[in-house]
Every structure is written in C-alpha cells, then in structure tokens.
Design a protein around this ligand. Structure first.
Ligand code: IPE
Ligand code: IPE
Ligand code: MG
Length: 237
C-alpha cells in the first residue's frame, strides 16, 4: 500500500522438539559499546530470560542453552567471577518464576569445578522444578562435549560393562532421556561447534546467525525455526 512493503509473517511449518543455542557474542556486544565484557554477559542473561519466555509461547518441548564451557574457565579471573555472579542471580533467584512458568530445569555440565555451596544450590534449583511439566530448560554450564563422553565411558567401565552400545553411552550423558537436539543455533557469527553436544547433535540441523547474542530476539528465533522447517532431513537414507 502506497509503496510501503508489508513484512511477511514468519511461518513455522515444523516445530522442532529440542532447540539448542550457543549464545555467543556477549563480549563483542559490550566491547563495541565501550563497556566491560561482563556488561555484555549481563545483557546476554536478560536475553536468555526473554528467550525462555519466547520458547514457552512457541510451545517448545526442550531448550538447551550453552552458557559456559569447560574451556571458558581459562578466561580471566575477573570475567569468570562476573559470569558466575550473573549465573547465581539468574539460575538460583529465577527459580520461583520458573515454578510459575511450569519449567523443568536440568544443568548439563561438570559440576566438580564448582564449590560445594554452588553445587548444592544448583541441585536444589533442579529439585524444586522437577515436577513441572512444561518446557524442559537445560543449561549447559561448565560443559564440554568430549569430557561428557569420556565421563560416560568411564562410568560404564566402573560398572563393569563388558559391552558398550550407543544407547548405553547415551544413557550416561548429562542429557540422558532427553530427545537429541533437532536444531542447533549459534549466534555471534562463528561457524563452529566449540565442544557443544557433540554426541547428541549427530543429525541436528545447524543454523548460524551473525547477530550477537544480546541482539538475537524472538523474531530471529522464529526465523531460525522457520528455516528449520524447510530443511530436508535424510539421516543418511
Ligand atoms: C558467550 O559470549 C558467552 C560465554 C562464552 C560465557 P562470549 O563471551 O564468548 O562473547 P564473544 O564471543 O567474546 O563476543
Ligand atoms: C562457546 O563460545 C561457548 C559458549 C557460548 C558458552 P566461545 O566464545 O567460548 O567459543 P570459541 O572460543 O569462539 O570457540
Ligand atoms: Mg565467544
């Protein structure tokens, strides 16, 4: 009408069961604004909360977010401390809100890196939400895919397993009993997997966005899911 182009609504044709997101680009978002990297992590965590709400509205079954990798422990003590403070604020204090929203929580990662108090607080948060029946929210925290597979094999050996099947490994991963991710989204422009859900993503569809994580809004998430619906999954057949 009068030369103004109407934006086409985003059409989601196939809903994935499990969406996994590598939330990358917080540091660059802050640096571009002359802010400390931690400010980017703060805004990034606010975007995480908005994304959870968007996934609830979409009726998604399972969302996994990559919040902190085992390799991220090698960042400066300042940055690690800043991220951990934010994590405490958002995972632990966010629990009452998640109860209301009927969200179940799973922390995926090597919690041996945390002190006893943090570990207990994380497990308590999971326990408080375990009877919920809505969105399953998995937070990959102190997570590394190779370490996860190594730990799974180690657990099987300790149990005295003489045969190891793909299923027996899957059952020992942090994601045991969850569906594999159908769609893995990475923001921030990098086209790599950075040790995320290596085993589980064997047949996932990948979607890379140049948007930095704090800029990746509901609209962009829907675009990614709409694109997923156009993919033809063949599983080698
Ligand atoms: C992702 O953002 C969050 C974490 C890894 C904790 P980055 O901190 O990696 O941001 P960039 O990639 O440096 O911009
Ligand atoms: C991956 O991002 C980890 C998270 C988003 C938590 P990184 O910024 O750590 O990955 P690289 O270093 O670019 O591969
Ligand atoms: Mg990064």
């Amino acid at each position: 009408m009068f030369g103004r182009k109407k934006k086409q609504p985003i059409e989601i044709t196939v809903m994935p069961r499990h969406v996994a997101i590598i939330m990358d680009g917080n540091g660059r978002w802050a640096t571009r604004r002359g802010l400390p990297r931690t400010a980017g992590h703060k805004v990034g965590s606010e975007n995480f909360v908005k994304t959870v709400d968007a996934c609830i509205r979409l009726g998604l079954e399972c969302l996994t977010v990559y919040a902190f990798s085992t390799e991220n422990w090698q960042r400066s003590a300042d940055e690690v401390e800043g991220i951990m403070k934010i994590m405490h604020a958002y995972i632990i204090k966010y629990v009452p809100e998640l109860i209301k929203k009927n969200v179940r929580l799973r922390i995926l990662g090597d919690l041996s890196y945390f002190d006893e108090e943090s570990r207990r607080a994380l497990l308590e948060s999971e326990n408080k939400l375990e009877n919920n029946t809505g969105l399953t929210l998995c937070i990959a925290l102190s997570y590394g895919g190779r370490n996860e597979i190594r730990q799974a094999v180690e657990a099987l050996i300790k149990e005295g397993a003489t045969e190891i099947s793909e299923q027996s490994i899957s059952d020992k991963l942090y994601t045991a009993s969850l569906p594999d991710p159908d769609l893995v989204i990475r923001t921030g422009g990098e086209k790599r997997i950075s040790n995320f859900l290596l085993w589980q993503s064997a047949y996932a569809e990948y979607y890379f966005s140049d948007d930095l994580w704090p800029d990746f809004n509901e609209e962009k998430l829907k675009e990614a899911i709409a694109e997923f619906g156009k993919r033809k999954r063949r599983y080698g057949k």
